[in-house]
Design a protein around this ligand. Structure first.
Ligand SMILES: Nc1ncnc2c1ncn2[C@@H]1O[C@H](COP(=O)(O)OP(=O)(O)OP(=O)(O)O)[C@@H](O)[C@H]1O
Ligand SMILES: [Mg+2]
Length: 307
C-alpha cells in the first residue's frame, strides 16, 4: 500500500494558541480520509500545512513518498479551501480558465479537463453563467472543478459542503466517490457526521490533537458505554442532570442520547426520574452508537451538555 500523505509530529502555534499539536496521520492511496473536530480544532491549519501553504513549527509532511517542498508536486495535489473565492463577475468557464492559467496549463488542456469535470458534476449547461448567480451547491461544484483542473492524484477538501442543502451534499459526495473510484486519494474535513460515515477512515481532532483514527465502524464499536435514546416531553438539554446511571447525555433537539453502563438499571431510573418531574416519556430504547455519539464522547469539554 502506498502512503500518499504522511504527517509526522506536525505542530503549529499562533502566538500562545497551539493550533496543531504533534499530529501523526497516514493516508493510503485511494483512501477517503475524513477529518472531523469542533470549530477551532485545527483542521484548516493541518490541511494548509499538508498543502505546503503554511510552514509548520516542527514535524514534516511527506506526499507521494517524497518530502513536500515549496511549489514542488503542487499540480499533483488539488486543494479546495474552506473559504474559496470565486470571481462572481466571471462566468463558470472563465473562473476555470483563470485557475488553469495559474498553473500554466494550456487552453486546450483546460478546456478538455473542464468539460470532463463539468459533465461529472452536471454543470456543463451552466458554463456561461456568472459565478455570482450560481446556487450554493453549484458554487461548491465550481470550486471543486477548479481544484481538479490539474488532474491531481490527491485532493484536499476543507469543509466542502458547509452550508449546502442536504440534497446537494449527497450529490457532492457522489462526485467524491466517483473521483475516488477513478484513483484520486481524498482527505476531507467535515462538520457533518453523516459525511464522516462515508469516509473509509476518520481522524477526530480536538484542540490540535488527533484523539482517534479508525474506520467509522471501529470508532463506534470502541465507545466504552451503551446508549439509550430517550424521547420525552422536554426541550431542556440539562433535564437529566443528577441521574446516577449516566456517563453523559447529549440532546439532539427531539431526543436525548444517554451513555450508560447498565441499560436496564438506567431505564428504570430514567422512568422514575421523569415521572417524579411529571415529564411525559414517549420512548426509551437502546440504540447503536452513531458517529455523532463518537464525536461527542471524544471531543466533550467540561462545559459539554449534561456532563
Ligand atoms: N492565521 C492565524 N492567526 C492566529 N490564529 C490562528 C490563525 N489561523 C488559525 N488560528 C487559530 O488556530 C486555531 C485552529 O484554527 P483552524 O482554523 O485550523 O481550526 P478549524 O478546525 O479549521 O476550525 P473551523 O471548524 O472553525 O474551520 C484556532 O484557535 C484559530 O483561532
Ligand atoms: Mg477550518
Amino acid at each position: 500500500m502506498t502512503t500518499m500523505i504522511k504527517v509526522c509530529e506536525l505542530t503549529k502555534s499562533f502566538g500562545t494558541i497551539v493550533a496543531v499539536d504533534h499530529v501523526d496521520i497516514e493516508v493510503d492511496k485511494n483512501e477517503i480520509f475524513g477529518l472531523v473536530g469542533p470549530d477551532g480544532a485545527g483542521k484548516t491549519t493541518l490541511l494548509r500545512m499538508i498543502c505546503g501553504l503554511i510552514e509548520p513549527d516542527r514535524g514534516k509532511v511527506v506526499l507521494f513518498g517524497e518530502e513536500i517542498l515549496r511549489n514542488s508536486n503542487r499540480s499533483r495535489l488539488g486543494y479546495m479551501p474552506q473559504r474559496f473565492s470565486l470571481y462572481g463577475d466571471l462566468t463558470v468557464m472563465e473562473n476555470i480558465n483563470f485557475f488553469g492559467s495559474l498553473y500554466g496549463l494550456k487552453k486546450t488542456t483546460i478546456r478538455q479537463r473542464a468539460e470532463e469535470i463539468l459533465s461529472i458534476t452536471n454543470m456543463l449547461e451552466f458554463e456561461d453563467r456568472l459565478a455570482a448567480n450560481l446556487s450554493g451547491g453549484m458554487k461548491q461544484k465550481l470550486a471543486l472543478t477548479c481544484a481538479l483542473i490539474t488532474g491531481p492524484e490527491i485532493l484536499i477538501l476543507d469543509e466542502p459542503t458547509y452550508g449546502v442543502d442536504p440534497e446537494s451534499r449527497k450529490e457532492f459526495w457522489k462526485i467524491l466517490y466517483r473521483l475516488n473510484k477513478e484513483g484520486v486519494t481524498l482527505m476531507v474535513s467535515t462538520p457533518y457526521m453523516d459525511e464522516a460515515e462515508l469516509c473509509h477512515r476518520v481522524a477526530i481532532i480536538n484542540q490540535g490533537r488527533v484523539v482517534a483514527v479508525d474506520t467509522p465502524v471501529h470508532l463506534k464499536q470502541s465507545l466504552p458505554h451503551r446508549l439509550l435514546e430517550v424521547r420525552a416531553d422536554s426541550r431542556d438539554p440539562r433535564v437529566f442532570a443528577g441521574l446516577s446511571h449516566m456517563d453523559s447525555c447529549s440532546f439532539y433537539g427531539d431526543r436525548y442520547h444517554i451513555a450508560v453502563q447498565d441499560p436496564d438499571a438506567a431505564i428504570r431510573e430514567i422512568k422514575d426520574f421523569l415521572e417524579e418531574r411529571r415529564i411525559r416519556v414517549y420512548s426509551i430504547r437502546e440504540v447503536d452508537p452513531s458517529m455523532e455519539d463518537v464525536f461527542v464522547a471524544l471531543t466533550a469539554t467540561d462545559n459539554g451538555v449534561g456532563l
